[in-house]
Design a protein around this ligand. Structure first.
Ligand code: SF4
Length: 495
């Protein structure tokens, strides 16, 4: 393979804060995905694909589109690495260990390529948007056939055709922000829950985050396209839809011809017959009063809000460029709780940001106690190349960061346990997703507030909304008993 001799630098702009912040002048086009030409529709006939997805819900959703395109080409899916004719890794760049795992997997797949030279091995997702990653693949993983990025997923059929007929590694990564492509085919994970992108990209530029560089500027889908997709999902009987975006409540800020924001979208979504509608993830700065007012109407808008705080210290928040301080965040929480008294709040927290002092960390602990989150994703800060925070000197030893994470998790778990304990004896509405991963005799599902519930019941309940009485609340899960004689008619209403 001679791919490493080509100059791929034209495909990239290395992360550059100043350049990236100047972006956004060119207009975003809305492009309708066209039917594939005949030769591409049969390219995968009789062949199998295996798609491995890393990272966030956005990637999971991109994988649904990738699977949709592949199945349109005639491929069928497999979980078995050995029988796959195409293996694609949809990667995540948010943390270094996620990248290491991908490189480990690529190394392992070299053997398959030797045994089966026709196998196509591809890498896509956020890692592909990083020039350093692509250079590393070109240099040390020459058995890879195809690399494409997050902005040109719709080009997969053509790229795959090139990879099949070319002896060189096919690399197509667009550093320009993508247009919005409508009507892409999708293979949804199950017939119950669906994820719907409402916007792409992020303009927040938190100093530790690579996403504004890998996913580009904020681009909102038109309301009629989002609502049309929701109505279609309602018609197909989906029970739960999660509206997706890196920062969903910036939705609509980029419309020049329309005064229509996330609150308006949720208000319209509320009128569509899908029993549960969620969203992820939100940024506190864009969480406006109208959105709170709409969420307080309840119905199919669930009472769960994931509201990443990242730190309880205003000084650290400033260094993170989060654009809010402790007091503003707490004021937002107060408003949300006043409007939605049974709201379940969850969050993301980074400990050990460069130079975080013990006092600043203690402010995070006190904020967690004050807000009383039902759960939190907690991480030790890890630098990402090209981000402003990666250039900051750091005087906090790793052992101190680990110890802080441990202390934080103890507080988070203690509160989670107390919150779940309050549900002892309560009857909760559960959407039954399937058998429990640990025990096939047990069914598991989620409450409106996204808590995992395990209970015994017949398999025909899978896919239904049922009531469960909680008798054994744990820190992470709720165990209960199916309330057989109570039927859920519509969300939140029992017969
Ligand atoms: S808002 Fe989220 S996605 Fe955007 S830069 Fe900040 S952490 Fe990254």
């Amino acid at each position: 393979m001679s791919g490493q001799t080509k100059d791929y630098s034209k495909y990239f702009i290395a992360p550059d804060l100043l350049q990236a912040k100047r972006r956004g002048k060119e207009e975003v086009q809305i492009v309708q995905f066209e039917q594939l030409p005949k030769e591409l529709r049969s390219l995968g006939a009789g062949k199998k694909y295996l798609l491995q997805t890393y990272g966030c819900q956005m990637n999971v959703h991109d994988s649904e589109t990738i699977a949709g395109l592949l199945e349109m080409m005639g491929y069928s899916s497999t979980e078995d690495e050995k029988e796959a004719d195409l293996i694609l890794l949809n990667t995540c760049a948010i943390r270094e260990n996620a990248e290491d795992r991908v490189f480990g997997t690529l190394g392992r797949f070299k053997q398959y390529k030797l045994e089966k030279p026709d196998l196509i091995l591809g890498v896509c997702g956020c890692m592909s948007q990083e020039e350093s990653v692509v250079n590393r693949i070109l240099k040390s993983y020459q058995h890879v056939d195809l690399i494409f990025g997050t902005h040109n997923i719709h080009r997969l059929p053509q790229l795959l055709q090139n990879a099949l007929y070319s002896k060189e590694m096919v690399v197509e990564v667009w550093s320009k922000e993508g247009d919005i492509i409508e009507n892409l085919p999708k293979v949804r994970e199950d017939g119950l829950r669906a994820w719907v992108n409402i916007m792409y990209g992020c303009d927040k530029f938190c100093t530790y985050c690579i996403v504004p560089y890998t996913r580009g500027k904020e681009r909102s889908r038109r309301p009629e396209d989002v609502l049309g997709e929701l109505r279609e999902l309602a018609r197909k009987g989906y029970q739960e839809v999660t509206l997706l975006g890196q920062n969903v409540n910036a939705y609509g800020k980029d419309f020049e011809d329309l005064d229509y924001r996330f609150g308006d979208l949720m208000d319209d979504a509320r009128k569509i017959g899908i029993p549960r509608i969620r969203f992820t993830t939100s940024h506190p700065q864009d969480f406006d009063d109208h959105l709170i007012e709409v969420l307080a109407k309840g119905g199919n808008l669930v009472e769960h809000i994931h509201l990443p705080v990242q730190s309880g210290s205003s000084e650290i928040l400033k260094m993170m460029a989060r654009k809010y301080d402790r007091a503003t965040y707490l004021e937002l929480v107060r408003k949300i709780k006043a409007a939605i008294p049974d709201v379940v709040l969850t969050t993301d927290i980074i400990v050990g940001f460069p130079n975080e002092t013990e006092e600043q960390f203690a402010e995070t602990l006190s904020l967690v106690r004050e807000v009383e989150y039902d759960s939190a994703y907690t991480f030790i800060y890890s630098p990402r190349d090209g981000t402003p925070a990666a250039k900051m000197q750091d005087n906090v030893p790793l052992e101190v960061k680990r110890e802080r994470l441990h202390r934080l998790n103890e507080v988070v778990n203690e509160i989670a346990r107390q919150k779940n304990e309050k549900l002892r004896g309560e009857i909760v509405e559960v959407l039954v997703e399937g058998e429990s991963k640990k025990n096939p005799e047990i069914l598991s599902g989620r409450t409106r507030s996204n808590k995992l519930v395990n209970f015994s019941g017949p398999k025909h309940l899978i896919g239904q909304m049922v009531y469960v009485k909680i008798d054994q609340p744990q820190t992470w899960t709720l165990n209960g008993v199916w309330v057989e004689d109570q039927k859920v008619m519509v969300s939140g209403v029992s017969s």
